[in-house]
Structure formats: structure tokens, C-alpha cells
Design a binder for this molecule. Structure first.
Ligand code: GLN
Length: 195
């Protein structure tokens, strides 16, 4: 299995390190010709969603990636990556707009924007969660389902092959959310026995 990591801005290296730790090969998407290589899943890292949106547009990556996601490519967005996938964004613009969630940017305010906690994640159990100027999900709609809440606010969701977390699992030692994503990729490709 090969996972592509969007590497135009933000915390992409941390995701690559987790994938390496899990023995999964990965490469960076920085420009259009990187899309010529085959990949089975895509990670959209944390960073600044407004900057990433602009770079995705300028580099002509937005439409081809959006097409792949619409066609069922498994995708995992953390923090700013969550905002990129959301159909509705409060305090910002939608980018790929492929997932039935309404995201609220910088939702915890300046002081509370960054914090660590632990909470239940559906199908995994209790996991550590690091929030860094994080959004949260105000609501899910369509086929999107809630996977985790912290203090009553939605912080993780899934819709088909799309997974999002408002927190950053890549900055903790716990690799279970990435493993969950790798299981989604395997389930999406039963015929070619991806491992
Ligand atoms: N506040 C950022 C945004 O709106 C997200 C922060 C992050 O990815 N750590 O894009």
C-alpha cells in the first residue's frame, strides 16, 4: 500500500513519520506531476486551510484531487485537512467540499485553541487528542457519522472513505487512528490484497 501526503504546507512530516513507523510507504504531493504516481490513500495534514486552499488552486491540484476523492479514494484530513474536506465552513471557504460536515474554524478561541485531552473514539477506544488552533464539527449531515466528541463537541467523523479529526493524532505516540485509516484503505481495495 502507498499513501500520498499533501505536502504544500503544514504538518505533513509528522504524518510521514507515523506511516514509516507503521511500515507503510508514502510520498509527498507537492505539484501536479506527483499525481502521476499511483497511491491508495491520501492524507491532508494540519496547517492553515486558507493557505492550503490557495496553493491547491494555484498548483492545479484542487480539481484532480477532488475528482479522486469523489471517486472513492480513501482520505484522512486532520485539523486544517478537516476544513478542506468540509462541505460547509464557518469562518472560511470550502475547498474540496466532499464531506457532509459543517466545520467551525478556530472554534475554541485564542486561549483554548490548543490543548490535550483523552476521549473515546468509536471503534478504537480511549485515545490521546492534541488540539492546535483546532476547528470542531458543528454538525454532520447526509451519510457522515460522528466518531468522537469532546465536551459535547464533535471532533471526529467519517463518511464512506473520508475520515476527519479536529485533533492531531500524528503528534502523539498512539498510532491507532492512522491504523484505522489504513484499515479503511484495505477495505476499499479488497480485490488487490493491499497490505
Ligand atoms: N486554524 C487552522 C485553519 O483554520 C487549523 C489549525 C491546524 O491545522 N492545526 O486552517
Amino acid at each position: 500500500m502507498t499513501v500520498a501526503v499533501l505536502a504544500v504546507q503544514g504538518a505533513f512530516i509528522e504524518h510521514e513519520q507515523v506511516l514509516e513507523k507503521l511500515g507503510v510507504s508514502c510520498f509527498e504531493i507537492r505539484q501536479k506531476r506527483d499525481l502521476e504516481k499511483p497511491f491508495d490513500g491520501l492524507i491532508l495534514p494540519g496547517g492553515e486551510s486558507t493557505v492550503m486552499r490557495k496553493l491547491l488552486t494555484d498548483l492545479e491540484l484542487l480539481e484532480p484531487l477532488q475528482e479522486k476523492i469523489r471517486a472513492g479514494l480513501p482520505v484522512f484530513g486532520t485539523c486544517a485537512g478537516l476544513i478542506l474536506l468540509a462541505k460547509e465552513v464557518e469562518g472560511g471557504l470550502s475547498c474540496f467540499g466532499t464531506m457532509g460536515i459543517r466545520a467551525k474554524r478556530n472554534a475554541y478561541g485564542r486561549q483554548l485553541g490548543s490543548f490535550c485531552t483523552t476521549a473515546e473514539f468509536a471503534g478504537i477506544g480511549e485515545i490521546p487528542m492534541n488540539f492546535i488552533r483546532a476547528p470542531y464539527i458543528e454538525s454532520v449531515f447526509g451519510n457522515a457519522e460522528i466518531l468522537s466528541k469532546v465536551d459535547g463537541l464533535i471532533v471526529a467523523a467519517r463518511e464512506g472513505n473520508q475520515l476527519v479529526t479536529a485533533f492531531h493524532p500524528e503528534v502523539t505516540e498512539d498510532t491507532r487512528v492512522h491504523q484505522y485509516f489504513l484499515d479503511m484503505i484495505r477495505a476499499a481495495n479488497p480485490e488487490n490484497g493491499i497490505s
